[in-house]
Write a protein that binds this ligand. Structure first.
Ligand SMILES: NC(=O)c1ccc[n+]([C@@H]2O[C@H](COP(=O)([O-])OP(=O)(O)OC[C@H]3O[C@@H](n4cnc5c(N)ncnc54)[C@H](OP(=O)(O)O)[C@@H]3O)[C@@H](O)[C@H]2O)c1
Length: 263
């Protein structure tokens, strides 16, 4: 049984960056937590910190590599086994890789697509089926400004985020007569470990990054209001608006500048 009849939020990518700050916001509001990412010691570190700071009653950690096929189903099975009802699902874990398309190993693309797309679809389906039974729940998906910008040197990542946004928008319509909401968070470049992992640390994009805590707060508030979309910052909002009216060739040209080395 759930401890204290509290609501539970499951956050993938909870150990770092935007997911970590989202985790803190849930903890501050008294949610029980299920934290998922690959590195067990990082999850324990976050769990200990959250419990010490916010007195969270129940934190469950599930170390899992979500880029492995069906790992998402294993996460779901673990929460079932432990009798945890997930009321809020946050699909945050995601990765990218900068480089010319032909230079990156295909295995990296499989990892990106499995994590950024397939795990999101599988987790969403499994937990949404349970939310449908209760006719209650909330889902937050991490899209990106890249969803609006076919991005040279980050082509597969940007396309994966276009998938997340399109997928979310279709579900928002399917869910319109229910008490379940889906929110897509659309950050612009945000200061996290993402850039180091994606070989983007010296790019123009990295040099103009927004604060991760601020981006997470925008996402959290929009999720709680049941809004469909939210941008990370006003600056990102302007860029998204421009990208929706400009032809893709021009948007890509602009996006490529952000991927170049910062002089
Ligand atoms: N930072 C940006 O500029 C930016 C902009 C727009 C959108 N976003 C999106 O925001 C989300 C969060 O990114 P972030 O910037 O906060 O990055 P981050 O600081 O690198 O955090 C990524 C999180 O995902 C986990 N993760 C990575 N690979 C995983 C895997 N295979 N299985 C399970 N968990 C995995 C990481 O932990 P482990 O490594 O221990 O697994 C970590 O907790 C991503 O979806 C990203 O695409 C980021």
């Amino acid at each position: 049984m759930e401890s204290g009849n509290k609501k539970t939020a499951l956050i993938t990518g909870a150990s770092s960056g935007i997911g970590y700050h989202l985790t803190r916001l849930f903890a501050k509001d008294g949610y029980n937590l299920v934290l998922v990412s690959r590195t067990e010691e990082d999850l324990w570190r976050v769990s200990d910190k959250i419990i010490a700071e916010f007195g969270t009653e129940k934190v469950t950690i599930i170390p899992k590599d979500l880029s492995i096929p069906d790992a998402a189903a294993e996460v779901y099975a673990e929460t079932q086994k432990q009798g945890i009802e997930v009321n809020i699902l946050v699909n945050d874990a995601g990765i990218g890789q900068r480089g010319f398309f032909w230079d990156i190993e295909f295995g990296k693309y499989q990892e990106i697509i499995n994590l950024n797309i397939l795990a999101v679809v599988q987790l969403t389906q499994l937990y949404l089926q349970d939310m449908r039974k209760l006719n209650e729940g909330r889902i937050l998906n991490l899209a990106s400004i890249a969803a609006y910008q076919p991005t040279p040197m980050l082509a597969v990542y940007a396309a994966s985020k276009a998938f997340v946004l399109s997928f979310g928008d279709a579900l928002i319509n399917e869910l319109k007569d229910t008490n379940i909401t889906l929110t897509s968070l659309i950050p612009g470049p945000t200061e996290t470990d993402f850039f180091n992992k994606a070989d983007m640390e010296n790019t123009v994009a990295a040099s103009m990054a927004d604060d991760a805590e601020k981006v997470a707060k925008e996402g959290y508030e929009a999720l709680m209001k049941g809004e469909n979309h939210v941008v990370g910052t006003a600056k990102t909002g302007v860029q998204v608006a421009m990208s929706t009216v400009m032809p893709n060739a021009l948007v890509s040209k602009m996006a490529r500048k952000y991927m170049e080395e910062d002089q």
